[in-house]
Design a protein around this ligand. Structure first.
Ligand code: 13P
Length: 342
């Protein structure tokens, strides 16, 4: 393990004004996204769509520090034969790879999940490094439902798996993004989200310590502290920002170079406004870089504008460049609503 190299990559992933594009939708998820615009999920269509994003020069060069890829994409070439990984590198961005095999039912805990994918991971990481990946992602899913879910058991096994994954990544000189996602699907209030997120992060850092993971060479990808989508009362932007930063300051060690959020089903503008509020109000008191690693909140607009048609590529790239710029400004705490129309 070369900790200097790992730290260097992790720091670059949270370059001021930049964040990460999560383009690592699994086959099932990308099919769902394509279904929503009436496009067949063929290998060529997936390639064309992702190539279009990676060739959006201003977005990639100025606002996207890294791209998370799916196994198919890291091996794919653009229509002209250039490897997609090379397009990303040429734009000055870092290729990354999703390595988990998805969240599966957890035995003995009805309705709860554990993320699988540790078997054979050492060999897969070596393969991905050779293909150009310098960071990886593993997503654990924590649901909130009533007072009994999540169980301590579910949080503990997911934290353990995340730490095993992280240790293997570092051995392969790949920066692990550790992603314990507390879902925003329920009807819980923001206090309950705070409580579960705090417990989850404490368990995660406990396991990372126990398994000797060097925090300087990791990135955290968490949810924001936010009320569930089905909760009647949504918190204000200021409250989400205050509670999220308070939760991280209580749990995330200062050695961690960066925290990059998932968007988790927030609207594009909400995801941007929340990130902006945190950096604007608390930029001075946070020891880590705080940025984005959005999937839907970066891609919903370009996906819709594209609609699978060649004649829409320029409009789709403009939509992607706009969201990338808005989130880049939010990373600096310099976004405001008026810029959305500009
Ligand atoms: P969303 O931003 O769409 O939640 O996706 C980010 C991600 O990579 C989840 O693992």
């Amino acid at each position: 393990m070369d900790l200097d190299q790992l730290n260097d990559i992790a720091v670059k992933m949270v370059t001021p004004g930049k964040g990460i594009l999560a383009a690592d939708e699994s086959s099932g998820t990308i099919k769902k996204r394509f279904d929503s615009i009436g496009v067949d999920s063929t290998q060529d269509n997936r390639r064309d769509y992702r190539e279009m994003l990676f060739r959006t020069e201003t977005a990639m060069r100025d606002h996207i520090s890294g791209v998370i890829l799916f196994d198919e994409t890291i091996r794919q070439n653009a229509a002209d034969g250039t490897p997609l990984v090379k397009l990303i590198e040429d734009a000055g961005s870092i290729p990354g790879i999703k390595v988990d095999m998805g969240a599966k039912d957890l035995a003995g805990a009805e309705g709860e999940k554990v993320t699988e994918g540790l078997d054979g991971l050492r060999d897969r990481l070596a393969d991905y490094y050779a293909l150009g990946a310098r960071f990886a992602k593993w997503r654990a899913v924590i649901d909130i439902a009533g007072s009994e879910v999540p169980s301590g058991y579910c949080i503990s096994v997911n934290a353990h798996a995340l730490a095993r994954y992280a240790a293997l990544c570092q051995e392969a000189n790949i920066v692990p993004i550790v992603e314990p996602e507390v879902l925003m699907d329920g009807d819980h209030d923001i206090e309950r989200c705070y409580e579960v997120t705090e417990f989850t992060l404490k368990s995660l850092y406990d396991e990372l310590f126990a398994q000797d993971v060097a925090l300087e060479g990791t990135i955290l990808k968490p949810n924001m502290v936010i009320a569930g989508k089905k909760s009647g009362a949504q918190a204000s932007v200021e409250q989400v920002a205050e509670m999220t930063v308070r939760c991280f300051r209580a749990t995330v060690p200062a050695a961690v170079p960066g925290i990059v959020f998932l968007s988790g089903g927030q609207s594009d503008e909400e995801a941007t406004a929340h990130l902006n509020a945190m950096n604007e109000a608390y930029g001075d008191v946070m020891p880590w870089g705080l940025s984005f690693s959005y999937g839907r909140a970066l891609q919903a607009a370009p996906l819709k504008a594209w609609g699978g048609k060649v004649e829409n590529v320029a409009a789709a790239q403009a939509a992607f460049a706009h969201r990338a710029r808005m989130n880049g400004l939010a990373q600096l705490g310099q976004w405001h609503k008026g810029l959305e129309a500009a």
